[in-house]
Structures are given as C-alpha cells and as structure tokens.
Design a protein around this ligand. Sequence first.
Ligand SMILES: Nc1ncnc2c1ncn2[C@@H]1O[C@H](COP(=O)(O)OP(=O)(O)OP(=O)(O)O)[C@@H](O)[C@H]1O
Ligand SMILES: [Mg+2]
Length: 361
Amino acid sequence: MLLESIKLKQFKNHSDFFGQWQSGFNFIVGPNGVGKTNIIDAIYYTAMLKSYFHNSDKQITQKGTDFYRLEALFSQENSVYKLEVKSSSQIKEIKWDGNIIDKIVDHVGKIPVVLISPDDIFYFFNESEERRKFLNQTIIQFDQNYLNYLIRYTKALKLRNALLKNFNNSKEANYLLDSYDQVLVQTGIYIANKRREVVSQLQIYLEVFVDQISNNFQKSTMIFKSQVDADFDSVLKQNRHKDIVTQRSNFGIHKDQLECTIDLLPIREFGSQGQLKSFILALRLAQYKLMKQIAEKSPMVLLDDIFAKLDADRVNNLLACLEQESVAQCFITDTHIDRIKQLENRIHSNTLILNLSNTNG
Ligand SMILES: Nc1ncnc2c1ncn2[C@@H]1O[C@H](COP(=O)(O)OP(=O)(O)OP(=O)(O)O)[C@@H](O)[C@H]1O
Ligand SMILES: [Mg+2]
C-alpha cells in the first residue's frame, strides 16, 4: 500500500495542506515550526487512527477552530483507497473506501507503519511504560486478537483499580473483583505470551542492525520479564489481600518489563549517548523487518528530525539499511535543503523533495 497523497484541513498548524508522494524516499524540508513533524504525525494517523504524540483530538484540531479533516489516498496494485477522517466536538467519522470504520481494530494493520523519532531515545530508556508501548505498537499491527485483548485488559484494569480505591469487602465487591480478574487472566496471558515471542524475534534482528548502524559489534540484548504466565489466576488470588491494602493492582501485564542491555550491562546506566542511539535505531529497524516479514508487505517508515540528533555516519548507515531492506516508502523531515540534496545523490531509490516554506497553507 503506497500513500499517494494527503490533504489536511485545520490539522494542527496546517489550515490547508495538500501533499503528493511517491514510492521511495520523500523528504519534507522547511524551517523550524513550519509543520514538518505535524505532517509526519498526520501520516502516522492514517495507519494507526491516532496521533503519535497526542491522545486527544482537541490537541490535533487547529487552535481557534472546532474541527479538522484528514484525507489520504492509498494505492495498491491497480486499486486506489481513500481514508477520510472528520472530527469535531460533535462527531468523529472515519471512512475507508466509503465505509465507516467503527472499530480501530478493523483498520490498524492495513497500512503497517514504523516511526523513528530521536526523542524516543530519552523516553524509551527512561520509562518502562514507553517500552511496553513500543511492544504494543508493534504487535497490534499484525495481531487483531492482541489489540482486542489489550483494549479489554485496559478497561478491566481501570475498573478494578477504581473498585480497589473504595473497597468495602462486601460479597458484591468480591464478586465484581472476581469478574475483573477473569478478564485480566483471559487477556493477560495471551498478551504476555505474545510479547515474549515478539521480543525473542526482534532480538535476532537487533544485533545485526546495531552492528550495521554503529559499524561496531556490541552485544545488545533485550530481556522480557513478566509476572504473567499460565498461573496468573493463582497469582491474582494469592495477592488479592495485598491489592486491597495497597488499593491498586500490583500484578499483571501492566508491570511487564523490557530490559535493554549492552555487553550484558543495563544500557540506561552504562550506555553512551551513541550506543543508546544505535540501539534505538536498530530496534526500530528490527520492528520494521519483523512487521514486514509477518505482514508480507513493507511498512511505511517515518523518520522525524533524525539529522538534528544523529551524526552523519549513523544517518547514512540508517538509510543504507532501509535501502537494503527495500523499504517501499519512507518520509524524512529536515530543516536543510542542502543536506537533503547531498543525500539524494547517495540514494539509489526514487526521491521526492517537498519544500514546505513554499507550500504551507
Ligand atoms: N492544535 C494546534 N493548532 C495550531 N498550531 C499547532 C497545533 N499543534 C501544534 N501546532 C503548531 O505547529 C507548529 C509546527 O510544529 P511542528 O512540530 O510540526 O514543526 P516542525 O516543522 O517539525 O519544526 P522543527 O523543525 O522545529 O521540528 C508549532 O509551532 C506548533 O505550535
Ligand atoms: Mg519537527
């Protein structure tokens, strides 16, 4: 699936934007604040039906207005598909090919996407929540059950925590707790197993890409740790008292850990800035490769602001890896047209440059 064009109305700073794209490498160039990252976010939205950066539609709607629209055309073989998003405080309507999408699970995965933003380096290594989010973002794109289970798990966990906050130990309260636990068990075991499996698959590619990005072999590993296994039901039962006393759910996949190490030491404490960058880029490439292998199609790759935060060697190695992996369509933002023109000469695939200072509406 190739993104042919995107039309934005009152989407963040873009009052009216129209961009046409090609297969290969699409460069979005322009000065700071012109809206490059916002376009990357809009493209991400077409695949995931949500912003990469924000959780609420209010933050996406242009300030001072009360709705936004997003329209994207995709092509596959000889067919063209249209995605339409209309959002205001009153309605939210999303259509694919003229048909309303009721549930995001019916769309996510149609257009696999990988976003690489160097800001991730800080968040990814500092917050375990971000590492779980990375696993979720990867798996939901090829496993519909996973997304369904994740939605059910999250809902049940929220209700369970609310119940624990005001727990009165009545028969009804315990009965309710039993019913939430049942959902956590049904969904949690599947989610933890899937995460375990995917981490071991990503691990295989991770080492190869770290080597290619940094031109230097360093043993890079990810270790997945979860309290959830086939006995999760008894773990919840045994710890019910603790949960009641502490008024929260202490066990479950929301506590899963993904530990990243370099030469067997925790990378967060012992990795240099360069090693952290190589690790995260390699991990995103591993994500790309795994998704491509499972979906049997090349995910779109979105690279935001990599030039500002990465040295030239890493950028060149990253692009070489993407070419070697035959990426079908890639979007890259930058502030310097000269840098992009130089890079263009080194790339063998199609390239297109969109200079935003001329076209931004
Ligand atoms: N909801 C919104 N309404 C109006 N403007 C917004 C909204 N959300 C973000 N913006 C503005 O969009 C502008 C452009 O942001 P963006 O991050 O896309 O720029 P950029 O071209 O990527 O800049 P940089 O080169 O610094 O990364 C920012 O000034 C921001 O304030
Ligand atoms: Mg930006």
